[in-house]
Design a protein around this ligand. Structure first.
Ligand SMILES: *Cc1c(COP(=O)(O)O)cnc(C)c1O
Length: 485
């Protein structure tokens, strides 16, 4: 039964709204992550085999209950994990509106308002990154991975005009891509999907601050040219996933310009600091980028997925993605507009921009700047508290990602010990942090402020739990006492 009358629909909406509201109210009191296992979850899922019809009430209650039980509550203020947002209120509303109106973002003529809103946002974000508005182009993507993939295809199309028709086999030499061990691994997939292969990736060593070592980058490009490769693209990161480091953007921009290769900046998470006047300087050099990845579903707290690919090559997306068909609407051909399907990797596409538009329209640039400023402040506070309590903070970044060990130095990171600490934190249900591996291959604890509701008191709570974990582990003699000096 797919048809419901007005009364039935109202019941469904009310139930849904109450479920949303209750969840938002209750999430700070839920364990950030509970204990569960595969069998238990499958047993719950398989109770519904679609042979018997459920009422909407039963079906929705089932989903809400299971979502509450079986997920890491990234909306919790003490979820200090990866770059996962607590959704903005307007973002939640926008996603519901988008589902209801279901605008088709393949053809401009079907959804002109939606397409123009997205274009407006692309230009506005482009300007924040320093692009001139008449050169800015871009498209909304499912996320950063699709944006990085789009960047690579654009670079190939730009430097190898034959690529579009004759493919990789027409290329005069094997293209190479320059990344670091700290770059996001979606580039690996992009290399694979583009048919270049992962051996085309050159992992440039990082300096002691985990930034791409610019001299090594230059040397590697020279070496590759000499060996007959075709250096194509360098990927700099503004806010690396593990350590939150910003690469030396202006220097990498200069190398890319001199070498005539595509300069892509992956600013999926860290790009947000460009919205804060006093922190914007940390991303100087991004304005020279041929393309930028920015995820509104990370620091801007837009519900997933809301990625943005930006480029200052205003025709490259059309060159890369345009196709003509007999069945798609033709109105756009007579107007000064571009059909999204001819401008993106996707075809039928949901209105990703509405959740960004409504959130930004209500918060304003200032509201977002204030939120990011606060997160940075809480991050600085947490860093300070950890150091005061004898934890060893190992990264220096203006962004609120704190990587730390137990004051025992980098040479002796003892991954099992750190894992036990992280497990203790996660098992407490009270907060959530992760372990990450950073080059050259040691483990650290990692806490990141990703939630616009996280306060300094939350950082205090985390430090308390961390200290408890440390005391317990030390008392249990789980670690070699020689490492504790
Ligand atoms: C998260 C992230 C990505 C991948 O983005 P998705 O939105 O998960 O597809 C790429 N690069 C960086 C630096 C990231 O933090």
């Amino acid at each position: 039964m797919l048809r419901f009358d007005k009364t039935q629909r109202e019941k469904i909406w009310n139930q849904t709204i109450m479920a949303v509201e209750n969840y938002l109210e209750q999430v700070p009191y839920l364990p950030v992550a509970a204990k569960w296992n595969v069998e238990q979850i499958r047993a719950v899922v398989e109770t519904i085999d679609f042979s018997e019809k459920k009422s909407p009430d039963e079906a929705i209650s089932f989903a809400v209950e299971a979502l509450r039980k079986f997920q890491v509550h990234t909306s919790h203020p003490l979820y200090l994990g990866r770059f996962n947002p607590a959704s903005t209120t307007l973002g939640i509303a926008a996603d519901a509106l988008t589902a209801a109106f279901n605008p088709q973002l393949a053809a401009w003529s079907y959804s002109p308002f939606a397409v123009e809103i997205e274009n407006h946002l692309v230009k506005s974000f482009g300007q924040k990154f320093g692009y001139p508005s008449d050169e800015t182009d871009g498209t909304f993507t499912s996320g950063g991975a699709e944006a990085n993939h789009t960047a690579l295809i654009c670079a190939l199309t730009h430097y190898f005009p034959d690529f579009r028709e004759n493919g990789l086999r027409s290329l005069p030499a094997q293209p190479t891509i320059y990344v670091s061990a700290e770059s996001h691994h979606s580039i690996i997939k992009a290399a694979r999907f583009c048919g270049i292969g992962t051996n085309a990736l050159r992992e440039i060593p990082t300096n002691s601050a985990w930034q791409i070592d610019v001299d090594s980058l230059q040397n590697q490009i020279a070496k590759d040219r000499q060996a007959g490769f075709a250096p194509l693209m360098v990927v700099a990161t503004a806010g690396t996933t593990s350590v939150g480091i910003i690469d030396r953007l202006a220097e990498i921009a200069a190398v890319a310009r001199q070498e005539n290769i595509w300069y892509h900046v992956d600013a999926a998470w860290g790009g947000a600091v460009r919205l804060v006047p006093e922190f914007s300087v940390h991303l100087d050099g991004i304005e020279a980028a041929d393309s930028i990845t920015f995820d509104a579903h990370k620091w801007l707290s837009i519900p997933m997925g809301a990625g943005i690919f930006l480029t200052r090559h205003s025709r490259i997306l059309s060159q890369t993605c345009s196709v003509s068909t007999g069945y798609m609407p033709k109105e756009a051909e007579k107007l000064d507009v571009i059909d999204p399907f001819a401008h993106s990797l996707q075809w039928s596409r949901r209105f990703i921009g509405l959740k960004v538009f409504l959130s930004l329209a209500v918060a304003g640039w200032d509201g977002y700047a204030e939120m990011i400023r606060e997160a940075i402040k809480v991050g600085d506070y947490l860093r300070q508290r950890l150091e005061n309590e004898g934890w060893n903070v190992i990264n220096r970044t203006p962004l609120p990602v704190i990587c730390f060990t137990d004051g025992i130095g980098l040479k002796n990171p003892m991954p099992e010990y750190l894992e036990q600490i992280a497990d203790y934190i996660v098992a407490s249900g009270q907060s959530w942090i992760s372990i990450t591996k950073i080059s050259p291959g040691f483990s650290v604890l990692r806490a990141c402020i990703t939630n616009f509701q996280t306060k300094p008191e939350d950082a205090d709570l985390l430090v308390e739990t961390l200290n408890d974990a440390r005391d317990r582990q030390r008392a249990a003699n789980i670690i070699n006492p020689k490492c504790l000096v």
